[in-house]
Design a protein around this ligand. Structure first.
Ligand SMILES: Nc1ncnc2c1ncn2[C@@H]1O[C@H](COP(=O)(O)OP(=O)(O)O)[C@@H](O)[C@H]1O
Ligand SMILES: CC(=O)N[C@@H](CCC(=O)OP(=O)(O)O)C(=O)O
Length: 265
């Protein structure tokens, strides 16, 4: 008989939540109260753009995605790996949560490759294979009661950091850590879930299957950043993650009743 795996909650919090200090601290209070083993992945695209601009570097976007040139890589390494990550760690420590801030380069957790420049050159952006994620030391830390706080940075194994989407990191970590834990993955953002009308927070779709997802995409109900988020979310569900939720950052402690749950069929 195989032993039951311990439960692990992997929570991803997005840029619009992090951008507002009050909303972020409310979310972190709830996160600190979440029982059991947990790991937080943070984004921070909005703050990166604001700080870039204040340094005189105009953020460059193609199809809504950041182009990370050498100067931008320096900024995002400071902002994601430093300012945001350590700010969250300090707040969680004050709330009695033993947080440890990490990038994908630390302990070689997420070895990645710089994306090829064709057809679009996004610069220093990293892609990785979830099967290459090194979970052994991360799992040991989690089992010791440490709460890892992961920033959206990987490395190219040749001395350079790389910018990597936070939703993709959350999905990849959830898949890899499913070997050691029963993982629930929760995407927290500034809306109540996946909505039938993106401007109406009362129009939450409680459950989404791949078929429903395809229909909603075809109808234009799901668009922009919600498409890669759901692709990452279904990717996790198809690769060993036991449950995936998409919900408002204020609803972290009431997942059973609120937000959207993904289903395989
Ligand atoms: N059906 C939908 N329901 C909710 N949000 C949607 C929907 N379709 C598109 N969106 C957009 O997706 C965005 C979330 O994706 P994104 O901006 O990448 O979030 P984050 O930065 O938290 O990862 C929302 O802010 C919203 O504008
Ligand atoms: C390559 C890539 O997409 N990098 C993202 C990383 C931050 C992120 O994912 O933040 P949110 O979760 O707040 O969107 C970027 O620089 O915008």
């Amino acid at each position: 008989m195989t032993a039951e795996k311990a439960k692990l909650n992997i929570i991803k919090v997005g840029g619009n939540v992090i951008n507002d200090a009050e909303t972020l601290s409310g979310f972190l209070k709830d996160f600190a109260q979440l029982k059991g083993a947990k790991l937080l992945v943070h984004g921070g695209g909005k703050i990166a753009s604001t700080i870039s601009q204040s340094l005189g570097i105009t953020p460059q976007m193609i199809d809504g995605r950041r182009v990370t040139d050498a100067e931008t890589l320096r900024v995002i390494t400071m902002v994601y790996g430093g300012l945001i990550n350590k700010g969250i760690v300090a707040q969680l420590q004050a709330l009695g949560c033993n947080a440890l801030g990490l990038t994908g380069a630390d302990m070689n957790i997420i070895p990645a490759q710089k994306r090829k420049p064709e057809p679009i050159d996004f610069g220093f952006v990293g892609d990785f294979d979830p099967q290459q994620i090194n979970t052994q030391q991360l799992s040991t830390l989690i089992n010791q009661g440490i709460t890892p706080i992961m920033s959206p940075l990987t490395h190219d194994q040749d001395g350079s950091m790389l910018n990597t989407n936070a939703d993709t990191i959350a999905s990849g970590l959830a898949q890899a850590l499913s070997a050691d834990f029963e993982v629930a993955l929760v995407y927290c953002f500034e809306k109540s879930g996946v909505l039938r009308d993106a401007d109406d927070d009362h129009s939450v779709i409680p459950q989404i299957t791949p078929e429903v997802y395809q229909d909603l995409k075809d109808q234009g109900v799901i668009f922009a950043g919600m498409i890669p988020k759901l692709d990452n979310a279904f990717g996790a569900l198809n690769s060993g993650v036991s449950k995936v939720h998409i919900t408002h950052a204020e609803q972290l402690l009431s997942l059973g009743e609120k937000g959207t749950v993904l289903c395989q069929v």
